[in-house]
Design a protein around this ligand. Sequence first.
Ligand SMILES: Nc1ncnc2c1ncn2[C@@H]1O[C@H](COP(=O)(O)OP(=O)(O)OP(=O)(O)O)[C@@H](O)[C@H]1O
Ligand SMILES: [Mg+2]
Length: 286
Amino acid sequence: MPIIIEKLSYTYQSGSINAFTALKDIDLTINDGEFVGLIGHTGSGKSTLIQQLNGLMQPTSGKVTVDGFDMNDKKQRAKGRALVGMVFQYPDYQLFDETVYKDISFGPRNLKLSEDEIDRRVKEAMRLVGLDFDEFAEKSPFELSGGEKRRTALAGIIAMYPKYLVLDEPMAGLDPAGRRAVLEMIDSFRRQLNCAVVMVSHSMDDIARSAEKVVVLKDGEIFKMGTPAEIFELADELNEMGLEPPFAARMASALRARGISLPGCIYTNEALVNALVEFKGGHSNV
Ligand SMILES: Nc1ncnc2c1ncn2[C@@H]1O[C@H](COP(=O)(O)OP(=O)(O)OP(=O)(O)O)[C@@H](O)[C@H]1O
Ligand SMILES: [Mg+2]
């Protein structure tokens, strides 16, 4: 069963003179196991939208159901929320316990699992996020680097085996190697735990690599939704919104402009390399 968002609108400080409508008429479904990339200019409503997925915020109008649980209803919300793991942009807000081990085990402990199962899950989650147990388990989260904190926050969420994993800018502030590592990690536990992922990212390259469905928000509305190929084809519109298409898509379009004939819908580096190799094969003197 999916997450279904129907006609959702959200107004901050509704009814006051400062009322601001951040989301308008959003219809969106997040299917089981699907990887959804959420992009949009700053202030377009991405964070506001994902906070509706676990009931942290309730719609001003419209409806969110998580596997049939109505998130407008207090009792049902708790059940729906248990299925949705949320990792915020700033891991500092998420870490609070004395040791990495205690921090990661907090969620599973709340699920009232046995100590053995908690221990198993903490170890598994640490392995999945690439934190060495002997080195990190007894460390204080506050001694960690930015990347290690992010991994700890992620581990705490995946140890609860969420059915839907929601990530707000999980790669923000990391260097390219760190970004790749976190993205690979997300891919790998998605496969192992079979969960759906909703990822907000400013990086079109990261979205292009992983997402099956891309949602573009603009001024609180869904501007476009489709496969990465369908979305990244709209290079001009994305550029106008201040969203830079993936490197490979920009490169392919520059090469086409120079008369090099390449197939459409190139948006990953791998596809670009393949297309260039093919092009060269057809022009052996190039
Ligand atoms: N607590 C609040 N009160 C009033 N307006 C708010 C509040 N939080 C956010 N907003 C406004 O709602 C709009 C959407 O904000 P949101 O944080 O969801 O955008 P975003 O797409 O996540 O942006 P970013 O890419 O910068 O993270 C923005 O115009 C923002 O100023
Ligand atoms: Mg945001």
